[in-house]
Design a protein around this ligand. Structure first.
Ligand SMILES: [Zn+2]
Length: 99
């Protein structure tokens, strides 16, 4: 499961619009990397099995976040896609509750 290329390009553009074209810690403009893989944040009571994450049995919130890391100083930032769960699903490829 990974972010779609078009979505990553939108995130990159949004970061620049927000003034985050450079690392807020070390100021490096070239070393911010967006991970192609989502970070899954679990806030609730979930079974450790992967199926439980997408089966609808879980009680709580499941968040897919975008990971942006500075390759120079290691500063890590997480951003959550705006919009509904359905929009987040459209931003992902190969996974995440296909029903
Ligand atoms: Zn940095």
């Amino acid at each position: 499961m990974r972010w779609r290329q078009t979505f990553m390009a939108e995130v990159f553009e949004s970061l620049h619009q927000l003034g985050l074209g450079a690392c807020p810690i070390c100021g490096s403009a070239e070393s911010l990397n967006i991970s192609p893989f989502p970070v899954v944040l679990i806030d609730g009571d979930f079974s450790p099995e992967a199926e439980a994450l997408t089966s609808g049995d879980a009680r709580g919130d499941l968040t897919f976040a975008v990971r942006v890391e500075c390759g120079t100083c290691g500063h890590l930032m997480l951003f959550t896609p705006r919009g509904s769960a359905a929009e987040t699903k459209r931003s992902l490829r190969d996974g995440f509750a296909t029903n």
